[in-house]
Write a protein that binds this ligand. Structure first.
Ligand code: GAL
Length: 354
């Protein structure tokens, strides 16, 4: 009897001791007290993990998006897991599934294909993980929030700059990837400005093609085809971004027309800005990636903690009216490089001018 009592008592002591230890072995919760708010609930103490699923890192801007977003999220004590799919839908879906099964708290999604990415949103929703559609809208899916620049306005800025210098003549339109909802929005903005001039017969759009996967080599082939079909008689080219604008200018160079035919671009890539400076490119459109990533990071961490974000505007993606935040794009031309991309710290004076 004494022996049994002793054994019972000993095991009771052991259990109490073990419970104490377990809590101590979770370093994130206990060891680093400086970062943890003692008032916060257990959930708030746990480190938030944001998954960032990207289409590609090929264009200069996406590396910036990745780095600046990571910086902004980590500044709030959360962490980011990044995966880029190199333009491959199946890979993007598989990568996102991995992040979902690893239990990220929220997924930030830059879809390669606006429709195919709906699968990812569906999977995340089943796992109760909110999804932010970043820069590009996912169509026909239960997205929780959409944050981007006003992409129609990007097209408007490009076309307004172009009709200013070429109010009459033959235009070529080199669009973005048809799988990307942004390419459609940019084109809508361009043609909203051009249409009245087309209706008046001042402008004729003699070539209009999407560029597969936004690839410069396809844009170059398109521009070669446009020149060939029009005996090199093209007066203006609007290209959906700087990477495709650079390819257009290579094709123009092959027929000795570079610097003579104005070309519009977007993204304010370093090479794009330098071409604007040299006069080979008419303009580009600057989108403050710093502002986009900081706002997206702030919202992502708050939503990951369960906050519901209210917005003034909503965009219908074919499935629902998605709460939306739009940032404003800015025209960059040879006269305002200092006050736009340099002043905002996107490029340095040395990078551009030296
Ligand atoms: C678009 C984006 C542009 C562009 C392009 C190519 O969705 O808005 O900034 O660079 O993708 O990746």
């Amino acid at each position: 009897m004494k022996r049994i009592t002793f054994l019972l008592f000993a095991s009771l002591i052991a259990t109490v001791f073990l419970l104490g230890c377990e809590e101590n072995t979770k370093p994130n919760d206990w060891t680093d007290q400086s970062e943890v708010d003692p008032e916060a609930s257990t959930d708030e103490k746990r480190q938030i993990t944001i998954g960032l699923s990207m289409d590609t890192l090929i264009e200069e801007r996406w590396e910036r998006d990745r780095d600046m977003f990571k910086e902004a999220v980590e500044a709030q004590g959360a962490e980011v897991v990044v995966k880029a799919a190199n333009g491959n839908d199946a890979l993007q879906i598989a990568q996102a599934e991995t992040m979902i099964s690893q239990g990220v708290d929220l997924l930030v999604l830059v879809p390669h294909n606006a429709e195919a990415a709906a699968t990812i949103v569906g999977r995340a929703q089943l796992a109760d993980i909110p999804v932010i559609s970043y820069d590009r809208l996912v169509k026909n899916a239960n997205v929780d929030l959409y944050i981007s620049f006003d992409n129609e306005q990007v097209g408007v800025l490009q076309a307004e700059a172009m009709i200013d210098v070429v109010p009459q003549g033959k235009y070529a339109y080199i669009g973005g990837a048809s799988t990307d909802n942004n390419a459609h929005l940019i084109k809508e903005g361009v043609f909203r400005v051009l249409q009245p001039l087309i209706d008046r017969g001042d402008i004729v759009v003699v070539y209009d093609q999407w560029t597969e996967a936004w690839m410069p080599m396809h844009a170059k082939e398109n521009m070669r085809a446009a020149l060939a079909a029009n005996d090199n008689e093209i007066d203006a080219v609007i290209a959906a971004n700087d990477a495709t604008a650079g390819a257009v200018i290579e094709a123009l160079t092959e027929v000795g027309l570079n610097g003579q035919v104005p070309v519009a671009g977007q993204d304010a890539e370093l090479l794009g800005v330098q071409r604007v400076l040299s006069g080979e490119q008419l303009m580009t459109v600057y989108k403050s990636i710093r502002s986009l990533t900081e706002q997206a990071a702030d919202i992502a961490v708050r939503m990951a903690k369960g906050e519901v974000i209210e917005t003034d505007i909503k965009v219908n993606n074919g499935k629902k009216d998605v709460p939306t935040l739009f940032l404003t794009p800015v025209t960059v031309n040879a006269d305002n490089i200092e006050t736009t991309v340099i002043e905002d710290g996107f490029h340095t004076h040395e990078d551009i001018f030296e």
